[in-house]
Design a protein around this ligand. Structure first.
Ligand SMILES: [Zn+2]
Length: 256
């Protein structure tokens, strides 16, 4: 199988966005369903740093995309100072949505009231943290603990559900899940677009790096970057308080 590893670079990302601009145009969900265009959505599962890098490319090209923020990531905290700063920058000209994980709460697809309550809870939390209005939601792992992606509702918890019937029945779809093209290569679909196309692209920023890498290496790079940053914070906090960073090396250093 050809995983098209070389597709997932920043340079190629920019080229793909330009292809959309040449063949069609970027649109909101509402506009795309009503007329045509391309909706570009990011689910930020792992890396806000990568999301910011892609946002900057989009901004340079005058493109408005959607960024869905995941509250339960094991790779970033929505309450972290640096993360909030980056998300606020993204919110300046992109649309921020909620990336909601039903299995976190052991919810059932039978209990729509319970589902809406939790969506509303996370929407309010995200709005307070980022000081932006949240109007859209997507599901994280939409087939875990139920077929969440098959719920027909256009709105859930007052938010526009991008898995609702209206979107699923009207827009073509391509995703970079797992860091490769599981069905069709995005480039091939984009090349076949015309003025009547209605198309939704889902990307996960972690998969798009400066240079070509295998999917696992891309995740590893983000995880290591975060670890280094955390250690830097630990060391600078010690320095700020005039405390000693006691390490094995220091204990065996005769000058210490
Ligand atoms: Zn996700």
């Amino acid at each position: 199988m050809n995983y098209y590893i070389e597709d997932f670079t920043e340079d190629n990302y920019k080229r793909l966005l330009r292809t959309v601009q040449e063949k069609s145009h970027f649109a909101s969900y509402e506009e795309c369903i009503k007329t045509n265009g391309v909706v570009w959505r990011h689910d930020i599962d792992i890396s806000v740093n990568r999301a910011l890098a892609l946002y900057q490319i989009e901004k340079e090209l005058g493109i408005k995309a959607y960024y869905f923020v995941y509250m339960h990531s094991s790779f970033y905290s929505v309450l972290e100072k640096e993360i909030v700063k980056m998300l606020k920058t993204i919110s300046e000209s992109a649309i921020i949505g909620l990336h909601f994980e039903p299995s976190f709460y052991n919810l059932s697809t039978e209990d729509i009231g319970g589902l809406e309550q939790k969506i509303l809870f996370e929407k309010n939390m995200l709005e307070s943290i980022l000081d932006v209005e949240i109007l859209h939601m997507s599901f994280h792992n939409p087939d875990v603990g139920g077929s969440w992606h098959l719920l027909p509702y256009e709105e859930l918890g007052g938010l526009y559900n991008v898995y609702g019937d209206n979107v699923r029945n009207n827009l073509m779809y391509c995703s970079d899940s797992n860091g490769y093209w599981r069905f069709q290569r995005l480039e091939n679909i984009l090349m076949s677009l015309d003025n009547s196309s209605k198309f939704q692209v889902l990307t996960h920023p972690v998969w798009w790096q400066e240079c070509s890498m295998f999917p696992y290496e891309r995740v590893e790079r983000c995880a290591k970057g975060r670890m280094e940053k955390s250690l830097e914070i630990y060391k600078s906090d010690l320095e700020k308080c005039n405390r000693v960073n006691v390490t094995k090396e220091k204990m065996y250093d005769k000058n210490y």
